[in-house]
Write a protein that binds this ligand. Structure first.
Ligand SMILES: O=C(O)CCC(=O)C(=O)O
Ligand SMILES: [Fe+2]
Length: 373
């Protein structure tokens, strides 16, 4: 019971993630009060105010699955290491995931968000075994009176795909199949890419291991996906699409389509991430920061909205490796580089998230609880 209450509170505070936007909001010409954010918490930078010369690196992975020569592989790894160490983010093109598949998922995601709100709410967002699943962003946000996010989202993982499709489109078997097939294929394809990418990241840190040991780094849990929809907003400077946050997982593989909105904090400034056709934006989460002993950064990021265009993004959350405890990799710890974190379990981490969110502190990084002081 206690944990239920805590979870509900977490959901209220968690990132202040919004309940779906009521239809009225989308057509309104002013930003309703519930979506207003205090100016000092926004530090608003427009969705397309790209910096030009100081941007998140775009790394071309072309040829990686073929006989890419070792020099080129090293170059890619070096760029990944620098990007993750300074930005905590990079973009990849030529990643090998079929772009037609990405388009199919984007298309079915749009179809989903076009459903009436009553239908979407048939699977209201709840915690199931320590993961948020379903529509909305939070369990208990219906009554929130302030700081809602200008967005709606659907969390789904592979075990729930079929159930969701038959609930959302009970009469339409074609769309059920379209949704299930696209989601399953996407989860499979991005999952394979995630394993290749993680191996490159480890290699960039100097941790190379034989293929026979890959099991050591396979994710603990099935991947979780979130489809996001950010409707146009009459005054984007007054609200936010998605609250500033750190991702708690290992890393996130985000497709942001061709409408920008993702922003990353670096040197106390928000930097918009420029959309590149077919690219994925990759960011390290808190678990990557911990196992890399801070060589990779988990960066604060958020999504902003714009006046004119709907924005759809697909976030694929890669879960931490299948270990009992999360700890800096032994390969990265020595007398000169002592462990920055005590070993901890996912459960301990999750409880730290609950505790800090219940206190409603924003922009905290719960990894701090496990730092070696
Ligand atoms: O939609 C975006 O650009 C950001 C999404 C994100 O940060 C997340 O889903 O964790
Ligand atoms: Fe995120």
């Amino acid at each position: 019971m206690a944990i239920e209450v805590e979870r509900e509170e977490l959901s209220i505070a968690a990132a202040e993630l919004s309940k779906a936007l009521p239809d009225v909001v989308v057509t309104d010409s002013v930003v309703p009060e519930a979506y207003l954010w205090p100016k000092e918490e926004l530090a608003h930078v427009g969705h397309d105010e790209y910096a030009g010369d100081d941007e998140i690196p775009v790394i071309d992975l072309g040829g990686l699955n073929g006989d890419l020569d070792e020099t080129r592989r090293r170059e890619i790894c070096d760029r990944i290491r620098v990007a993750l160490g300074s930005w905590g983010f990079f973009q990849v093109v030529n990643h090998g995931v079929d772009l037609a598949l990405v388009e199919r998922v984007q298309a079915i995601s749009k179809k989903f968000f076009e459903l009436p709100i009553e239908t979407k709410e048939l699977i209201d967002c709840t915690f199931e075994e320590d993961r948020l699943l379903g529509y909305g962003f939070s369990v208990a946000n219906k009554d929130r009176t302030s700081r809602r996010n200008w967005s709606e989202g659907l969390f789904v993982d592979s075990p729930h795909v079929a159930g969701y499709s038959s609930t959302f489109w009970p009469e339409d078997h074609d769309i059920q199949t379209e949704f299930s097939e696209a989601m399953e294929e996407y989860i499979g394809a991005v999952g394979e890419f995630a394993i290749r990418l993680f191996r490159l990241i480890l290699s960039s840190l100097g941790v190379d291991y034989p293929a026979t040991e890959s099991e050591r780094f396979l994710p603990k849990e099935p991947a979780l996906i979130r489809l996001n929809h950010y409707p146009p907003c009459p005054d984007p400077s007054l609200t936010t699409g998605l609250v500033p946050h750190y991702d708690g997982n290992l890393m996130t593989i985000l497709h942001q389509g061709d409408v920008g909105g993702l922003q990353v904090m670096k040197d106390d400034q928000w930097h918009p991430v420029r959309p590149h056709p077919g690219a994925f934006a990759i960011n390290g989460g808190n678990m990557l920061q911990a196992i890399s002993n801070n060589l990779c950064k988990s960066a604060l990021h958020k999504a902003v909205v714009n006046k004119d265009e709907d924005r759809y993004s697909l976030a694929y959350f890669v879960q931490a490796p299948n270990w009992d405890q999360v700890a800096p990799l032994p390969e990265l710890v020595d007398a000169e580089h002592p462990a920055k974190y005590h070993p901890f379990t996912w459960k301990e981490y999750f409880e730290a998230v609950l505790a800090s969110q219940v206190e409603k502190q924003r922009f905290t990084n719960e990894l701090e609880h496990f730092e070696v002081k």
